[in-house]
Design a binder for this molecule. Sequence first.
Ligand code: NAP
Length: 483
Amino acid sequence: MHAAKRKHITVIRGDGIGPEVVKAALRVIEAAGVDLELDECEAGAKVFARGNATGVPQETIDSVTRTCVLLKGPLETPIGYGAKSANVTLRKLFETFGNIRPVRTLPGVKTPYSDRNLDIVIVRENVEDLYSGVEHMQTPGVAQCLKLISRNGCEKIVKLAFEFALAEGRHVVHCATKANILKLTEGMLQHAFEDIAPKYPAIDAKHILVDNCAHQLAMRPEQFDIIVTTNMNGDILSDLTSGLTGGLGFAPSANIGSRVSIFEAVHGSAPDIAGKNVANPTALIFSAAMMLRHIGEGRAATAIEHAVVYAFEQGVHTGDMLGTGNPVSTTGFADAVIANLGKRSSISKQRKHGHFKVPPMVESVEFVKPKARRVVGADVFVESLLMPGELGRKVEALVADSPLKLTGIANRGTAVYPEVEAKVGLVDHYRCRFVSRDARKPVGDAQLIDLLQRLAGDLSWMHVEKLQQFDGEDAFSKSAGQA
Ligand code: NAP
């Protein structure tokens, strides 16, 4: 008889409270009878301090590439090393595009919402949006961050949310966006959601504006089942939902990719309580249970979840919980969970956890293929201390005999030229919009280069954006106040 093959995972213990909560989770996994082969790796503060600007050494990347499963503690993003977040780097390097963040009401964990029987999952897009981290100072006083959202990314996260809903026997998926304001970026998620929803007729699919979603989560959170959303919205909403059910100490997460998946608590390294053996390890233990389910150890995962909930029912609690009696330490909590393995909570309903399909990585770079496309003009961003009228007249003069004409100037997205009645607060960052004088003719690169040369003689430009039409539709926004 062959011994069962040991499953191989990568472990990063992390920074701050990371080593304490990871140790607790690994003890619980072992006690539950799952024999894992651990590849211990590093990332985060110590790696940054050694001068590695990514915070993720090559050995760690190689290990995760081999094992495809990472259990990690939180990683600090130290200030002063000019570094990007090592967490974001890991998520992006391994294209873990979907971040699944479940929370539920836990017996004995007192919150103002304890009687609502909450069971909510945030499905957060994990690699796009403002977290692409493409930032520039455009003038000494004006910064820009690109909010990159792709149709491919939207389709993948929406499908993941619906597939996850089916696998867990859930019935409602809300899509939370700010599509009323950000029609092209946030609107892209709404459109993908509306296009894909009919393929999942068993699920009630609803769009909700994200600000209202936050309000509804505070007022009537029990109406939510799954919420799919963009990266930054999901980051914020998932901290909110963790607050509804006890706090960050209870909120697990799974970063899902088509090849690699990363399991970690929602919380960070909590440096204020690091090294004191007081951190709540529940979030990491629950994350470890999600990992076990992912690698086919569903029975152990369920046993662990029951043992944790049973500990809460017994009144065992760490210092972050509103409880009575003395809180236990991080190790004390892990001891209680281990002692409870095999016991089942009578109050907490165990949910169905079926296998869910992860949308595959699309190999093609070009995902959306319009039948027709053309360039109709350009936005040129200039740094200027002139008032809008002066700037407008100067630009008009500079392009007087160009095939492109100035149609308007905006300041932080508000139309200011042709001059408006309203008194608009101004900064030294103007967007000048140009279109072809002959609307029938597309604009070529030579005309745009000529335009820049004309402007550059007298003005300081820092950014150019082509104005395109796809299938006859304008692929750019208007300014506020523009007719
Ligand atoms: P945080 O580490 O999540 O901590 C915020 C507060 O939440 C803590 O001060 C603590 O509050 C409480 N808390 C969090 N986890 C807890 C636990 N397991 N048990 C008990 N209390 C817990 O957020 P932060 O202070 O904003 O971030 C600290 C560092 O973590 C930063 O460098 C950040 O970049 C990083 N971070 C990493 C990740 C990740 O690795 N995925 C995620 C978020 C942040 P009390 O004051 O009540 O003790």
